[in-house]
Design a protein around this ligand. Structure first.
Ligand code: CMP
Length: 151
């Protein structure tokens, strides 16, 4: 089982897409094990985006991510990190494949609606940062019909 951190960014919240985005993950057969609406501090965003610190867009990225509330989700499932990234699509909404969240709702490289962890190490780091121990383990009955135990 993997757990991926997903953020609905301020543009996704302001455009009324929280439910639409969340429902893509639920409909796929992933389990939401953490969920919160929050205004992230600069300190949290600096840590989250530390890998981009030297990029020219770093300051504008932090400004954008601080501009309104975001929704943080912890999404769990078999191979969840890769599955979530496929559902999210390429960084630039204008180029992202139709059917993906960014491909269906975005036109921009920066206002791209969602963030998703890009690998196992990043996911562990980001989950610690945004949720700590604040996730909930629970049985989700429908999951028995998502992954075939015999396959
Ligand atoms: P995200 O998945 O949150 O990870 C890093 C973010 O930086 C990315 O989504 C975009 O929002 C943003 N980003 C990446 N490349 C650019 C760029 N060239 N100009 C502005 N923002 C960018």
């Amino acid at each position: 089982m993997e757990t991926s951190l997903v953020l609905v960014k301020p543009d996704g919240v302001q455009r009324g897409r929280i439910g639409t985005i969340l429902s893509r993950f639920e409909a796929k057969g992933l389990q939401v094990v953490g969920l919160k609406l929050m205004k992230p501090s600069r300190d949290l965003l600096e840590k989250h985006y530390a890998v981009h610190k030297e990029r020219p867009f770093f300051e504008s990225l932090l400004k954008f991510m601080s501009s309104g509330p975001v929704v943080a989700m912890a999404v769990r499932g078999e191979g969840a990190i890769g599955v979530v990234r496929n559902l999210v699509g390429a960084t630039n909404g204008a180029e992202a494949a139709p059917g993906t969240i960014r491909g269906d709702f975005g036109m921009s490289k920066s206002f791209n609606l969602v963030h998703a962890s890009d690998g196992a190490d990043t996911a562990a780091f980001e989950m610690g940062l945004w949720f700590g121990d604040d996730t909930i383990d629970y049985d989700l009955d429908g999951l028995g019909w998502v992954n075939d135990p015999e396959a």
